[in-house]
Design a protein around this ligand. Structure first.
Ligand code: ASP
Length: 317
């Protein structure tokens, strides 16, 4: 008797490049460059998934492209701390096994998402921070980069503006420009496995070792056998709301659909606390959701039809 095999279903991949879109500052050039790199990330991740690669491999491949792009607040192009340093946070979760890995405050790792994955796969821990995380990286042979790799003039200028406004007592004017630009990906692979990954430089002018939601499993990133979520937004609120895990819990315990769960958290819970941002999410049935409550969210997706879409503002989908 021949063993019957479930036919592989086409994979699904979603990416984001942050929910800090400010309509007034979007130029056609920025829009085109951002959408180009979102499309490159989609293609990199989807190629892995199409070849039968795991959801985990797919999200990692997509996030590496976004970390290497200067247009997002992660890896090259990350925001600066108050002291003018780049401190990077990332996390990854494999929904099928519920394995997770994360790093926070690393300064010399080109692709923090790969180090987060190494923490998951090559250490007995889930989260490592700062110098310790870099010692671990060294112990497993991760190549280091000069911190200058992360520098972009745009982010440096944002820090100078933030410091100037702060010393003039005009922080309120900074708004969400200092907060967002994080990148992330979620995937459902041909075997029905889910994974999520998120990577960030955090927020401009951060100090005291501030860490946001992105490397925190259950806040910025979550994947189980039902749903995968990657968030972007004002990290302090996303931690307090346990955003990614709340979406999963509403589905698991409350019977909510993905759309209901994701919209309840982003449209109700987060604004009620005073925060803002968005998520990308996919569930095991292939439903997708990309809610945000800011002007826009840099985002892209390839559904089961295999067609790539990118969008920034609401009008474009
Ligand atoms: N959530 C990130 C943080 O607070 C920022 C972002 O989404 O861009 O660190």
């Amino acid at each position: 008797m021949t063993a019957s095999r479930t036919p592989a279903t086409p994979p699904i991949l979603l990416v984001h490049g942050g929910a800090g879109v400010i309509r007034e500052t979007l130029t056609p050039e920025i829009e085109a460059a951002v959408e180009h790199d979102l499309a490159r990330a989609l293609e990199a991740g989807h190629a892995v998934l199409r070849d039968g690669g795991s959801a985990l491999d797919g999200v990692a491949a997509a996030v590496v492209v976004l970390e290497d792009s200067p247009h997002f607040n992660a890896g090259h192009g990350a925001v600066f701390t108050h002291e003018g340093i780049n401190e990077l946070d990332a996390s990854i979760m494999d929904g099928s096994a519920r394995h997770a890995g994360a790093v926070a405050g690393v300064r010399r790792i080109r692709n923090p998402i790969l180090l987060a994955r190494a923490v998951m796969e090559q250490s007995p821990h889930v989260m490592l921070f700062g110098e310790g995380a870099e010692r671990f990286a060294e112990s497993i042979g991760t190549p280091f980069v000069d911190p200058a790799w992360f520098h972009t003039d745009t982010r440096w200028q944002q820090l100078q503006d933030a410091i100037a406004k702060e010393s003039a007592g005009r922080q309120a004017e900074l708004g969400r420009a200092i907060h967002y630009g994080t990148v992330g990906a979620v995937a459902l692979d041909t075997q029905g496995r889910l994974a999520a990954a998120t990577s960030t430089g955090g927020m401009t002018n951060k100090r005291w070792g501030r860490v946001g939601d992105s490397p925190i499993i259950g806040a910025g990133t979550w994947a189980d056998d039902r749903v995968a979520v990657s968030a972007t937004g004002w990290g302090e609120y996303f931690i307090r709301a346990g955003v990614a895990r709340d979406i999963a819990a509403r589905m698991a315990y409350g019977g909510a659909t993905l759309t209901e769960a994701a919209h309840a958290v982003i449209d109700e819970v987060i604004p009620a606390l005073g925060g803002d941002g968005g998520v990308i999410a996919v569930d095991r049935d292939g439903n997708i959701a990309l809610p945000y409550n800011t002007d826009g969210m840099y985002r892209g997706w390839i559904d089961r039809d295999g067609r790539a879409h990118t969008a920034i503002l609401a009008a474009k989908g």
